[in-house]
Design a protein around this ligand. Structure first.
Ligand code: SF4
Ligand code: SF4
Length: 165
């Protein structure tokens, strides 16, 4: 892993979550919770504090990082950061969800989260819209390698392949 990536540990997260008194304001403020109640920031924080473990269900991947929970927490807990770090720890353990792995692969190859389809290109041409800009894939790859994202992605792809065998 590259030196410039700060990897927070579970102990770091416990320390950051310590002020939480489980009021639930974060959850009632979360716009994603309203449509996907499996994302429940209060429960995620509770899992860190009381069970001392990163939640295994992977619901934190639904977080849109809107920061509403951060803004409203009366105890100043940085929930969005904690959820982000839960995802980082899961990814380092090779447990990123398949959709996320696919998006990361597309980002590394094409510089965008979803590949530009030939159908999209055709429709854009018919509408007289300019071609979409293409990222320089070698520059993107350099970024992936410099941040350690390349190793994390490869480890997740390996785990995904093992699971499908
Ligand atoms: S709003 Fe803050 S104190 Fe309340 S449950 Fe969420 S993290 Fe805990
Ligand atoms: S940052 Fe994530 S968990 Fe917090 S309110 Fe937004 S979507 Fe919900």
């Amino acid at each position: 892993m590259a030196d410039n990536v700060q990897d927070l540990t579970l102990e770091d997260l416990k320390e950051r979550a310590r002020p939480c008194f489980q009021c639930g304001i974060c959850t009632s403020s979360c716009p994603v919770f309203r449509v996907a109640p499996e994302l429940n920031p209060r429960v995620s924080v509770d899992s860190i504090i009381t069970r001392g473990e990163v939640p295994r269900e992977g619901n934190e991947w639904l977080c849109a990082y809107c920061l509403m929970c951060d803004q409203r927490c009366p105890m100043g807990v940085s929930l969005a950061e904690i959820l982000m770090e839960i995802k980082n720890i899961s990814a380092r353990e090779g447990k990123a969800p398949p959709d996320v792995i696919d998006s990361a692969q597309s980002l590394m190859q094409d510089g965008c989260l979803s590949p530009i389809s030939s159908r999209s290109e055709k429709i854009r041409a018919e509408l007289g819209l300019p071609e979409l800009p293409r990222a320089n894939s070698s520059d993107v790859l350099k970024l992936f390698k410099a941040t350690g994202a390349f190793e994390v992605l490869e480890a997740n792809k390996d785990k995904q392949e093992e699971a499908s065998e």
